[in-house]
Design a protein around this ligand. Structure first.
Ligand SMILES: [Zn+2]
Length: 163
């Protein structure tokens, strides 16, 4: 047997996809040039400003950029552009992609989409571990990806693919 391959953990049935670094960099550039749809905000609460690039809550006193992001591209019935935050300063992209991000275990809804970007299912993590919900949604073979969003505000947080 090949022993060099690490034993898959219970959470490795999926892959977390944070915002691409290019998108975060574009937002930082646009903010530098004072683009009207890119606002620089000083964080004033410990759990109000999730950075979609490092997948952590921005800390009070840090700066974030608020800008519109098309989580579901144009040309589909479920096309959607909504506001997201990234750290204004460069941050490290979340890279523990086999693990659900610890900062967002609560307050997320999970929307499941098919290959044509149609939303075909949705579940709220209500007293259930997110991993369980993700696994359940992926049991449907038509589900191509799952988007984690804020329950309260509906904002896109990150995408989840099958591992
Ligand atoms: Zn960040």
């Amino acid at each position: 047997m090949n022993t060099s391959i690490p034993k898959p953990s219970a959470s490795s049935a999926f892959r977390i996809v944070p915002l691409p670094t290019e998108v975060a960099e574009e937002a930082r550039n646009a903010a530098k040039f004072h683009a009207k749809d890119h606002a620089v905000i000083t964080v004033d609460s410990p759990d109000g400003y999730p950075c979609r690039h490092c997948l952590r809550w921005a800390k009070p006193g840090e700066h974030v950029i608020l800008f519109p992001y098309a989580s579901v591209p144009r040309g589909h019935p479920y096309s959607e552009t909504g506001p997201i935050f990234v750290h204004a300063e460069p941050c490290e992209r979340y890279d523990i992609t086999g693990e659900y991000p610890a900062d967002f275990r609560n307050g997320r809804v999970f929307r499941a989409y098919d290959a044509d970007y149609n939303m075909i299912d949705a579940e709220v993590a209500d007293g259930v571990e997110p991993e369980e919900i993700i696994e359940k949604l992926f049991q449907n073979p038509r589900v191509r990806f799952v988007d984690a969003r804020s329950v309260a505000r509906g904002c896109f947080t990150f995408r989840i693919l099958r591992a």
